[in-house]
Design a protein around this ligand. Structure first.
Ligand SMILES: Nc1nc2c(ncn2[C@@H]2O[C@H](COP(=O)(O)OP(=O)(O)O)[C@@H](O)[C@H]2O)c(=O)[nH]1
Ligand SMILES: Nc1ncnc2c1ncn2[C@@H]1O[C@H](COP(=O)(O)OP(=O)(O)O)[C@@H](O)[C@H]1O
Length: 199
């Protein structure tokens, strides 16, 4: 499928619990005419309040493998054992065709893949929690994961925190309001070409 290479992308990556979904949702409500969310495909079960076709395209593993075979993903990963997530090329095309910037909530390795693929078209932001302990506390308080799933997320988080320096920007998420204001400034600067990023 045709992929217009002129558009822009803003990537939010971080370990689970750092606050990227919260910040991305804030930005989408603040800039509805500028940004649109890349809805990933995922094989995980929807959480309460998550909507198919809004938060994710929740699909079976068979359907996911079919999409891999048909080269429908720009990137995909088995983020947690047995659970796949992927960015659909059709999402990027759809959003660029509407004249908006694509915004992503994606894991750290996936974020770095997108940055490598799109170079300076992409602003890659790493959301940094104040500490691993606080991140664990946020994950537990969110109350969406079983103890086993929490352990897997925490083990992965510890590794992912080491990749922060590979991103264009590190955004501290200690006080949520401050982080959202900072994120708004980054979006506006990137949108108006006042923030030049590396290849
Ligand atoms: N590589 C990749 N990761 C994704 C994609 N969509 C979501 N993720 C990431 O997969 C991880 C798990 O997401 P989720 O199950 O929603 O859990 P949460 O991060 O704990 O809220 C998170 O780091 C997401 O950002 C995608 O399309 N590709
Ligand atoms: N700065 C913050 N201070 C306290 N709690 C936060 C902050 N940012 C996010 N949270 C909360 O932490 C939990 C994890 O945030 P979430 O956005 O789901 O993270 P992620 O998408 O990175 O996994 C959520 O319950 C969210 O409301």
């Amino acid at each position: 499928m045709f992929c217009n290479m002129e558009g822009k992308l803003i990537i939010f990556s971080a370990p689970s619990g750092a606050g990227k979904t919260t910040i991305v949702k804030h930005l989408l409500s603040k800039f509805p005419d500028k940004l649109a969310f890349s809805i990933s495909a995922s094989t995980r079960q929807p959480r309460t309040n998550e909507v198919d076709g809004k938060d994710y395209y929740f699909i079976s593993k068979e359907a996911f493998l079919h999409k891999i075979a048909h080269k429908e993903f720009v990137e995909f990963e088995e983020v947690y054992s047995g659970t796949f997530y992927g960015t659909l090329r059709s999402e990027i095309d759809r959003i660029w065709a509407s004249g908006k910037i694509v915004i992503f909530d994606i894991d750290v390795i996936g974020g770095l893949h997108l940055k490598k693929k799109f170079g300076k078209q992409a602003l890659a932001i790493f959301v940094q929690p104040p500490s691993l302990d606080i991140l664990i506390h946020r994950l537990r308080s969110r109350g969406t994961d079983s103890e086993d799933k929490l352990k897997e997320r925490i083990a992965k988080a510890d590794k992912e925190l080491k990749f922060s320096s590979e991103f264009d920007i590190i955004l501290e998420n200690d006080n949520l309001e401050d982080a959202c204001i900072q994120a708004e400034k980054l979006v506006e600067s990137f949108y108006t070409n006042n923030l030049v990023v590396n290849e």
